[in-house]
Design a protein around this ligand. Structure first.
Ligand code: G3I
Length: 358
């Protein structure tokens, strides 16, 4: 069933919930309609572009659906960058040895180019969304050959049209044991699969910027320490890595200051790497009244963008556009509600883009 067909029918509409808690006064006459005095008339895209910041989000086939004009126009209006949520992963592109299907990915890239948006490439090597044939490989040479062919065929296909790639995604372990996640690539090839992936991607398109991307690494913690050690080691070996993506799947109780996020991002910048927030979503959490949680969500978004600007990160990317199609939809994590209307978090980002030091 398509996600459109799955449009939330049973859900208690967030607007009704807000109305029922008599909080409309905070947002004029309807649930988070335009606040009394919006921070700016310009869109997020206009405000971000004026700062040289890439600001965007993940998209899927819905953005191409002629019946989803509001979504398609909204994404074009508000984002100067898009990333494919799934269409450029291994299984969707290369579901059988040597067989590639770029149809949907090409359509989504065409949408980006039509709207003069940057396309962020996601992702080349990841332990999830792998085709079944990869699981059947046990030989090191065979897996190396398949990995090289996948990386170089995909990067060459989009050469010159995708200026940045998540080359390796989520290779670092969540726990304190082995520093690297026990993926098929690590088990069969060894830790050098990571540097080989970067070297092969660079060979395929020398103009593309190459990123390592991971989650739960936003603040100073054991995992971000392991990512820091990994990328510093890659740099010391002359591996072509240009930046680190911090996915930033947090929630409305997240504290940028308590997590020491600024200090964390700064240490990666000091290595000479670019930093990007690559999959930002902030689901509502806790048992505060709904409008309070929406305010908390807005504050977290604002703090994340403020931190991103403070370290001159090159991109601030949400993992979607509307709550309706989010992978974490039950938490209403994004800037636009199920009817594509801006929420308090949208206006909070506008305010940061208007007022933060340039
Ligand atoms: O396309 C098939 C469809 O044919 C089938 O009918 C349907 C039901 O089985 O599944 C569809 O594939 C789903 C795919 O999304 C496309 O909708 C997969 O089952 C589902 O697992 C996949 O989830 C994606 C997830 O990555 C995969 O782990 C999410 O949409 C996507 O938001 C999420 O994104 C990841 C980033 O790539 C990496 N960082 C974490 C982030 C969240 O997990």
């Amino acid at each position: 069933m398509s996600r459109t067909a799955m449009k939330r029918s049973s859900r208690y509409p967030l607007k009704v919930a807000l109305a029922s808690t008599c909080l409309l006064g905070m947002w004029a006459s309807s649930a988070w309609a335009v606040p009394p005095k919006p921070p700016a008339k310009q869109t997020l895209r206009q405000l971000a572009s004026a700062r040289g910041l890439l600001l965007g989000g993940a998209v899927s086939a819905e953005v191409l659906d002629p019946e989803q004009v509001d979504l398609s126009q909204g994404v074009a209006r508000e984002y100067n960058l898009i990333v494919t949520e799934n269409a450029m992963k291994w299984a969707p592109l290369n579901n059988a040895p040597g067989q590639f299907n770029f149809t949907l990915a090409d359509f989504l890239l065409g949408y980006a180019e039509k709207h003069k948006q940057v396309m962020r490439g996601h992702n080349l090597v990841w332990h999830e969304q792998l085709p079944r044939y990869i699981a059947g490989i046990s030989g090191r040479a065979e897996l190396l050959a398949e990995m090289k062919n996948h990386i170089q065929t995909v990067v060459r296909h989009f050469k010159g049209r995708i200026p940045m790639w998540d080359v390796v995604n989520e290779a670092v372990s969540d726990g304190e044991g082995h520093p690297l996640r026990q993926t098929p690539f690590l088990k069969i090839i060894g830790p050098e699969y990571i540097e080989l992936a970067f070297r092969w991607a660079r060979e395929a398109d020398p103009t593309a910027k190459l990123y390592y991307n991971d989650y739960s690494t936003e603040g100073i913690n054991g995992k971000s320490d392991r990512v820091y050690a990994l990328v510093r080691g890659l740099l010391e070996k002359g591996v072509p890595i240009d930046g680190v993506g911090f996915q930033t799947h947090v929630d409305s109780t997240f504290s940028v200051s308590d997590s020491r996020m600024l200090e964390n991002l700064q240490r990666f910048k000091k290595l000479g790497l670019d930093v990007q927030l690559t999959e930002v979503d902030v689901p509502l959490k806790g048992d505060a009244p709904l409008a309070r949680k929406l305010e908390q969500q807005a504050t977290v978004y604002a703090d994340l963008l403020t931190t991103c600007l403070a370290v001159k990160c090159s991109a601030f990317v949400m993992w979607g556009y509307t709550d309706l199609y989010s992978w974490r939809s039950s938490g209403y994590p994004l800037l636009f509600d199920d009817d594509y209307k801006p929420k308090p978090a949208y206006y909070a980002l506008q305010k940061v883009l208007v007022s933060a030091p340039k």
